[in-house]
Every structure is written in C-alpha cells, then in structure tokens.
Write a protein that binds this ligand. Sequence first.
Ligand SMILES: [Zn+2]
Length: 108
Amino acid sequence: MEKNQIYDKFSAIIMEMQSVISETKEMRQLISTLMEENAELTIENEHLRNQMMTKKTAKKQPRLSKSRENLKKLYESGFHVCNASYGRRLDDGESCLECLDIIYGEGK
Ligand SMILES: [Zn+2]
C-alpha cells in the first residue's frame, strides 16, 4: 500500500465514522420522539378506558320509564312512593324495600 492510499483509506474511514455518528444522533432523536408519543398515547389510552368504564357502569342502571323516574325523584327527596306509605316522609337514611321494588322492580 502506498502512502497516498493509506491517507485516502484513513479519510474514508473518518467519513464513515462521522456518518455513523450522525445516524446515531438521528436515531437518538427518533427514539425520544417515539418515547414522547408513547407517553401521550398511554395517557390517552388510560383516559379512554376510564371513559368507557364510566359509560359501562352508567349503562348497568336500567333506564326507567318516565313515571318511575318521577317516583324515584320523589323517593330520593325523602318520600315513600309505595302503596302502604305513599307520601309519608322517610326517616333519615331509611330505605324502603317496597318503594325500591316499585321504582326498580320487575313488576308493573
Ligand atoms: Zn315505602
């Protein structure tokens, strides 16, 4: 190998190393972008999952007819809606199975 050839070879190797370095930098940039995206998606995913869970639990409550909805409001504001005690006040924290059956029950 002549002196000139050695020098050229050296230059070529240095060029190659520089290109590897700049590619490595680009990759590092790409990785940090991907990690940011990943973090955002993780947060968004969690958010959506929470929304779905809230919808699911909301769906579990059967939809009440308008008249049952009214009875429910009345019951929640503290009055019996059952036949036995209709219109009578519920005691604090009292719940009445007959009222609940009329609001949520299977029967008519
Ligand atoms: Zn009642």
